[in-house]
Design a protein around this ligand. Structure first.
Ligand SMILES: Nc1ncnc2c1ncn2[C@@H]1O[C@H](COP(=O)(O)OP(=O)(O)OP(=O)(O)O)[C@@H](O)[C@H]1O
Ligand SMILES: [Zn+2]
Ligand SMILES: [Zn+2]
Length: 927
């Protein structure tokens, strides 16, 4: 009864799904011209027939080409690929009336496309003189095969699978019979061994639950080898060609006699030698078969030459005879080859009785193994299962289920995989879970383990602590030393794009941040091919590709769904959603997030708006985990401000009042203000220490100022970078010259009174650097004057630039910043980063946390070791300002002139009323 119910319900849902698919294709094909279809790559117009021959199983293979005599040498760019179902039409159009036939694409090159036509429409002959249109059709082969399998299941009475069917529908219980094992692979871990022994002793059904990186394939391979040793014939399937090929490769390495079904054009090149075609070509029958094919081809040529209808009929009859012979020869050859193999592999649908397996007796196979079972529709599993007495299902139902177009059908149960259904029915008694994982650093794994796998996973010692910096050629910087990095855009105004389509969302701000992080990783020596950029939305994937693919051709940028089953050393995940309502849409699928995160071996960076995504419980758990066990940065640390910021100081501005910290708006000195804000986040004792330190230094500087006999004040080299920062800040505030000298341990900072004349040397172009405490009056007014002048100069400069040559608005501040650097820091010539010899004269950047010059590769505080300071500074700034100015983002030279002019105006006015400062955290090499 259960079977009938299942079949009728599933047939209904499949029908619904099929209709949804057809409807989707129809809608966009009906509203579009043939020309547009060609532009979309799904149609090829006005092709001529180049040649015609006979392929496997006596099909007619037609090669279609562009019109050579008109000088068309290559086909228009298109999305046709091997395995696609296509309709061939005469040039009347692409209507059913003008359809000549439907076939399957076997080969696509730049200059031609080959299509195999079934010989069911016997005598199908093509007018070689005429032109043809080719249109991609919705593939209904899979659908038909599933439907057939379900119908067979319904009426199944006494084939090999009878008992298995009872078990899979709960009519009889699974049974077992334990037996001793000698393992082929002596390296299997305990959970893998247990899964193998359990599978061998189960009589009908075993489910292997393999969470990410737990060696599911390794285990399945061992199981298959054990089965072969027992003399069992195994049919092994998976929903995708890639997954099947993976198994073929691994089994072949273990010297198993494998045979891969499926069109060779669909297989990985390395796998093709195991394909039926390849083996058939080497068989004894191969020559005879080739001869018959030649005869058929000759007969076709004969037909073309004949004018008389009667003669054509003769040729057609001859062709018919030849085809019959060819078929029977091939059938014999194929069945011999199939019987010789110990393991036959194909996709779920490839196991259909309409393919080569029709040459085998029904009870040929003993076991059916279905890998990635949770990613398959149950009905597609039945295509293979009807041939089995025992089945082994492997997969992870905590990852994404198969894609289903009809939401309704999915919610009514079409998306429930066989694996999940059986676990619901039998619980853990039929399941063994692999629990040692060989992919992720334990910090990455622990979250997935806790949230998805009942905390049962452990990381193998070989991966437990592995980090990017352990890879050869990778430098040890903050990015490469942390397994978890959360880059939070909350409060930064990096909203998602306003697109109505729920399926397509983008976020340009996140694209920019991803780019900067990729830059940091690659500059640290991580290879682009070891990094994946993953986004849940196709639009974001496109935006990311536009930005990154040219510079990093080997960087893989894909949707989550497209990355299932894969892994990379580093994964950068952009979650896209950032909106006030906290709508997360597509992200609400926990399994999608699980897949995305668990692709990473050594490092995962998540770029997201925590405020938006935390409205979803599962994402919240991820944020919480990353916050607790990883690095957290804010997008402020990545975004290059429009406004130059050379000081880290804060001001008595009104914005400061919005800070949650009581007293942060008080008129204190800069460092103290900063500290005060920090005290909201860190321990007070540390705060107070710093405060005292600042006061100490201030006293020293002030007494130096009083003592006119002293030309300069040199601080001891024992000053650490933070001390030097304080000196720097105090000196700036008081309008003093300050300079760091020496390398490494000998490095020290000195301050001196400013030189009064030569304005070039005193370019300190910051209008916001009003001192806040009460320094010596003369100096203060001197300083203010100087800045006013500078401000005017800059405005002038910017106006000229924006008007005359239209350089990106954001570039101007950088140049001023460079000028500032050149003026203020003279002694620095090489990058301060250990072992880096790059000159910093022209393109260096000063780190305001350690007050040292760095080259462009090392100036980011996180890279040379000021990450913590930068972070707390940024946090402070966010809590203080609570906003990020719109329009910020990294500069883009491709910006259009209107936007540039607009930004320029905005910059000008901002410069005037800016009352707080931020510093550029990143300077692009392209200025
Ligand atoms: N027992 C083991 N000892 C050492 N390494 C192992 C063991 N089992 C698996 N591995 C390693 O773990 C990695 C993943 O294994 P495998 O390819 O079998 O899994 P998979 O099926 O591809 O991945 P997943 O488990 O994510 O489905 C491989 O690099 C493999 O060498
Ligand atoms: Zn620094
Ligand atoms: Zn450097």
């Amino acid at each position: 009864m259960a079977v009938e119910q299942f079949v009728s319900k599933t047939l209904e849902l499949l029908q619904e799904e099929r209709e949804a698919e057809i409807e989707e294709t129809r809608i966009w094909q009906e509203n579009i011209s043939l020309k547009d279809l060609q532009n979309k790559g799904v149609c090829l117009l006005k092709l001529q027939i180049g040649s015609q021959s006979t392929g496997l199983y006596g099909r007619t293979v037609v090669v279609l080409e562009p019109r050579k005599h008109l000088g068309f040498l290559s086909l228009p760019s298109n999305s046709f690929g091997p395995g696609d179902i296509v309709g061939l039409y005469d040039t009347g159009g692409c209507t059913p009336a003008s359809q000549i036939g439907t076939g399957i694409v076997t080969r696509v090159s730049q200059v031609s496309i080959s299509v195999a036509f079934d010989d069911s429409n016997d005598g199908l002959s093509f007018d070689t003189g005429a032109l043809h249109n080719l249109l991609k059709l919705a593939n209904d082969v899979t659908y038909k095969r599933m439907k057939n399998a379900l119908n067979t299941l319904n009426g199944y009475s006494n084939g090999p699978a009878a008992n298995l069917i009872n078990v899979l529908f709960g009519d009889s219980k699974p049974s077992m019979q334990s037996q001793p094992i000698k393992f082929f692979n002596s390296n299997l871990d305990d959970s893998q061994r247990e899964a193998v022994s359990f599978t061998l002793s189960q009589r009908e059904l075993a489910v292997i639950h393999g969470p990410p990186g737990t060696g599911k394939t390794t285990t399945v391979v061992e199981i298959i080898l054990q089965a072969v040793k027992q003399g069992q014939k195994v049919l092994c399937c998976a929903p995708s060609n890639v997954a099947v090929d993976n198994l073929v490769e691994r089994l072949a390495r273990c010297k198993a006699k494998v045979l891969r079904l499926g069109h060779p054009a669909r297989l990985l090149e390395s796998i093709q030698k195991h394909s039926l075609d390849a083996i058939l070509a080497q068989s004894d029958n191969a020559n005879i078969i080739a001869d018959i094919r030649k005869d058929i081809d000759k007969a076709f040529i004969g037909i073309k030459k004949m004018r008389e209808k009667g003669e054509r009929v003769n040729f057609k009859r001859e062709i018919g005879e030849l085809r019959k012979e060819l078929k029977s020869r091939e059938a014999t050859a194929i069945s011999q080859i199939l019987k010789r193999a110990d393991v036959v592999l194909s996709t779920n649908t490839g196991a259909s009785g309409s393919g080569p397996l029709k040459f085998l007796p029904a009870e040929h196979f003993d076991w059916v193994v279905i890998d990635e079972c949770a990613q398959a529709l149950e009905s597609s599993c039945w295509i293979a299962l009807l041939r089995a007495r025992k089945c082994i299902l492997a997969g992870d139902y905590k990852q994404l289920p198969p894609t289903i177009k009809s939401q309704k059908a999915a919610s009514k149960g079409l998306s429930l995989s066989l694996m999940e259904r059986l676990i619901q029915m039998y619980g853990d008694s039929v399941v063994r879970m692999l629990t040692v994982q060989y992919r992720m650093n334990s910090a990455i794994m622990n979250w997935a383990s806790k949230e998805m796998y009942q905390g049962r996973l452990t990381a193998h010692s070989s991966v437990e602590r592995h980090l990017l910096k352990d890879l050869p050629g990778v430098a040890c910087v903050e990015e490469t030393s942390t397994p978890l990095l959360l880059i939070d855009t909350a409060g930064c105004g990096l909203s998602e794009m306003e697109v109505t389509d729920e399926q397509s969302k983008g976020n340009q701000g996140e694209v920019d941040i991803v780019e900067l992080h990729i830059k940091a990783l690659t500059e640290a020596g991580v290879k682009a091919k070891d990094i994946a950029v993953i986004a849940p939305y196709n639009l974001q994937v496109d935006l990311l590709r536009q930005k990154l693919s040219a510079r990093h051709p080997e960087l893989e940028i894909k949707s989550v769904d497209g990355f299932q089953g894969r892994e990379k050393e580093a994964v950068v995940l952009s979650l896209v959603r950032s909106n006030r309502k906290g709508v997360v849409g597509f992200l609400a699928e926990d399994r999608r997030i699980n897949v995305a995160v668990t692709r990473a071996r050594r490092h995962i960076a998540v770029v997201c708006d925590t405020q938006t995504v935390q409205t979803h419980a599962f994402l919240k758990s991820l944020i919480k985990h990353m916050t607790e066990f990883g690095e957290v940065r804010t997008a402020f640390e990545y975004i290059q401000d429009i406004v130059p910021q050379n000081y880290t100081r804060d001001h008595k501005d009104t914005k400061a009042n919005t800070s949650k910290c009581p007293g942060s708006s008080s008129n204190e000195n800069a460092a103290a203000t900063e500290k005060h804000t920090k005290s909201c986040m860190t321990a007070l004792t540390e705060e107070e220490q710093k405060k005292n330190r600042c006061a100490e230094i201030r006293v020293q500087v002030e007494s130096f100022l009083k003592d006119l006999s002293q030309k300069e004040l040199q601080f001891p080299s024992s000053f650490n970078s933070h001390d030097r920062l304080l000196v720097h800040q105090i000196a700036e505030e008081l309008g003093l010259v300050h300079e760091s000298k020496g390398e490494g341990k000998d490095r020290c900072i000195m301050v001196a009174r400013p030189l009064v004349s030569t304005p070039e040397k005193e370019t300190i172009p910051n209008p916001q650097s009003e001192p806040m405490c009460q320094p010596t009056l003369d100096l203060k007014s001197l300083h203010l004057d100087r800045m006013k002048r500078e401000q005017q100069k800059r405005e002038e400069h910017n106006r000229m630039k924006a008007g005359a040559c239209g350089i990106a608005a954001a570039a101007a501040p950088d140049e001023d910043f460079d000028t500032l650097l050149d003026a203020v820091i003279k002694a620095e010539r090489v990058c301060s980063f250990v072992r880096c010899k790059a000159s910093v004269l022209m393109l260096g950047q000063l780190c305001l946390f350690c007050n040292r010059q760095y080259c462009l590769s090392h100036h980011i505080p996180e890279i040379h070791g000021c990450g913590d300071k930068a972070k707390s500074h940024a946090r402070m700034r966010i809590s203080k300002e609570g906003v990020l100015y719109a329009g910020s983002g990294k500069k883009d030279k491709s910006m259009d002139p209107n936007k540039k002019a607009y930004l320029q105006r905005k910059l000008d006015s901002k410069l005037k009323d800016m009352s707080s400062q931020r510093k550029p955290k990143n300077k692009e090499n392209d200025s």
